[in-house]
Design a protein around this ligand. Structure first.
Ligand SMILES: C[S@@+](CC[C@H](N)C(=O)[O-])C[C@H]1O[C@@H](n2cnc3c(N)ncnc32)[C@H](O)[C@@H]1O
Length: 240
């Protein structure tokens, strides 16, 4: 948000907005008169975001369910684009960032965060690693493939943005302390990713075994009622 610096009256696009947390944060900054438009490919998440904006009483936030890679944005319509972990999932990232850039006025800004690699983010892979021995064999992760760690290679991110026509591209490491309440941790780690999917089909005994393995894997992160970890990210900025 600091990097994008949305100002009153501006029109800002939030790519892969999920349930709209960042869109609403932008909406508060662009009032009066501006717009924060959240775009997400997931219908249920866009519905959740709309409900959240209604509860928030935000007149500045709107949402569209669409694939940001191909959605026909109005040309040169936006002053800025933001994303929190919403841009690593495109089949063709270069085409996607070229498409998004066409929606931004000349001189407009891009600012997003994406995860660095699994080696820098042990918390993010602890669940999958702990559950792996109990679950059907998963395909080995393919470097650069769309997904959570799709933008782990910062030099590649820079190449993609430049090829998509963005200028003044900067890719800087950003390490930030994050936490999840201990009470929410098991819900989070048993529903996320391929392990979450496999667990849905598991029987009660297997689920218990996996839960024990997960509890052991996350114990080292627990402190004062929270799982605490460092979010090892790229902070990426560019201009249109
Ligand atoms: C890790 S979530 C981040 C959500 C939100 N930005 C946040 O920080 O809470 C990634 C989001 O990107 C969305 N997404 C993935 N591919 C997309 C695409 N091609 N176009 C639009 N949204 C996409 C997903 O549906 C998901 O909501």
């Amino acid at each position: 948000m600091e990097a994008a610096a949305p100002r009153p009256g501006e029109r800002v696009l939030d790519i892969g907005c999920g349930a709209g947390g960042t869109t609403l944060a932008v909406a508060r900054r662009v009032q009066p008169g501006g717009l924060a438009l959240g775009v997400d490919i997931s219908g249920p998440l866009v519905e959740a975001a709309r409900a959240r904006a209604a509860a928030d009483g935000s007149a500045q936030a709107a949402f569209v369910q669409a694939d940001a890679q191909t959605y026909a944005f109005e040309p040169e319509d936006f002053d800025a684009v933001v994303s929190r972990f919403g841009v690593m999932f495109f089949d063709d990232p270069e085409a996607a960032f070229a498409n998004i850039r066409r929606g931004v006025r000349p001189g407009g800004r891009l600012a997003f965060v994406a995860w660095r690699g699994p080696a820098d983010n042990p918390f993010m892979v602890a669940g999958a690693r702990a559950a792996a021995p109990f679950l059907p064999e998963m395909p080995a992760p393919v470097p650069d493939a769309p997904g959570q760690f799709g933008f782990a290679d910062g030099a590649r991110v820079e190449r993609i943005l430049k090829a998509a026509g963005w200028r003044d591209v900067r890719v800087d490491p950003l390490d930030t302390p994050l936490r999840i309440a201990e009470a929410d941790l098991m819900t989070y780690v048993t529903r996320m990713g391929p392990a979450g999917l496999a667990l849905k089909q598991a029987d009660e005994a297997l689920r218990r075994q996996v839960a024990e393995a997960l509890e052991a894997a996350f114990r080292p992160f627990l402190q004062d009622g929270f799982a605490r970890f460092t979010g090892a990210c790229w902070r990426v900025t560019a201009g249109a």
